[in-house]
Design a protein around this ligand. Structure first.
Ligand code: UDP
Ligand code: MN
Length: 273
């Protein structure tokens, strides 16, 4: 009996990484990404923004796309960007699409390892929900019916295999994603869950290593940071929700992402020796 051969293993170049951003965050959030994880995935990562920005076009090596979507935090604008990210993934012919927000730290090595556990020729929707139960909404085609489904929080990042992407194509490509969002009137990440779970009957697979700032960052076990796929930060009023890690001082690194990067890659030039 022949031993089973390992399937083609996943490499970084199999992944199309899209980061949603907006003009007012280029200076603050993109700079942080450019200083940390972007250099580890320069060829694979693309930023989806809403303006032409020569400076960041240069800094990203030409990887900043102007979606011409409006620069607002409204459903229509966010769904417009997500639609562009999805179409760009289809065009890329990559095996995986991973979406992140611009306040995510992506642990590139861990992302590649985690995706290696899944076959991109099968349907996979990988991510982390931020609510404890599936979302319940009223069916707009029949108001006596309820629909319930899980969705992966966009702010934690999520990944979709090419097989699933191809099945989503008739419903969501060429900007059709926006129409679905308009129909259910819910945010882009919820729309993604609706398309995949409700319309295509595929399940979200929960991957605990994805983290948004909806989770309290201080409760993440800092011994496991090497294994996490995405991390984040936020500020509510004066309260910072950030990783409780040592490293650079708070004025130099208020979000703790530089210090996180130093924990994983101690040799970057700004890391304390
Ligand atoms: N964003 C955007 N347009 C806006 C505001 C935000 O594209 O007008 C993007 C932002 O760059 C980020 C995501 O939407 O990738 C989430 O924004 P933010 O983190 O500010 O808000 P949250 O939804 O996490 O509270
Ligand atoms: Mn955010």
């Amino acid at each position: 009996v022949a031993t089973a051969t390992a399937g083609p293993s996943t490499s970084l170049d199999d992944i199309f990484i899209s980061v949603k951003t907006t003009k007012s965050f280029h200076k603050t959030r993109l700079d942080l990404i450019l200083k940390t994880w972007f250099p580890l995935a320069r060829q694979q990562t693309w930023f989806f923004s809403d303006v032409d920005d020569e400076e960041y076009q240069k800094k990203t090596g030409g990887h900043l796309l102007n979606t011409n979507c409006s620069a607002t935090h409204h459903r229509r604008a966010l769904c417009c960007k997500m639609a562009r990210e999805f179409d760009a993934f289809l065009e890329s012919n990559k095996r995986w699409w991973c979406h992140f927000d611009d306040d995510n730290y992506v642990n590139v090595a861990s992302l590649v390892r985690v995706l290696g556990d899944y076959d991109p020729l099968q349907d996979w929707y990988l991510g982390k929900p931020s609510i404890r139960a599936p979302l319940e909404i009223i069916n707009r085609d029949d108001r006596t019916q309820r629909i319930s489904f899980w969705f992966a929080t966009g702010g934690a990042g999520f990944c979709i295999s090419r097989a699933l992407g191809l099945k989503m194509m008739p419903i969501a490509s060429g900007g059709k994603f926006i129409s679905v969002g308009e129909k259910i009137r819910l945010p882009d990440d919820v729309t993604m869950g609706y398309i995949i779970e409700h319309m295509l009957h595929k399940k979200l697979t929960v991957v605990d290593e994805f983290h948004s700032h909806l989770e309290p960052m201080q409760f993440i076990n800092t011994d496991t940071l090497q294994n996490q796929v995405s991390l984040s930060y936020s500020q509510y009023n004066n309260e910072m929700n950030v990783l409780p890690i040592e490293g650079l001082d708070k004025t130099q690194d208020p979000t703790r992402l530089l210090s996180l990067h130093c924990l994983i890659y101690p040799n970057f030039n700004y890391c304390p020796s």
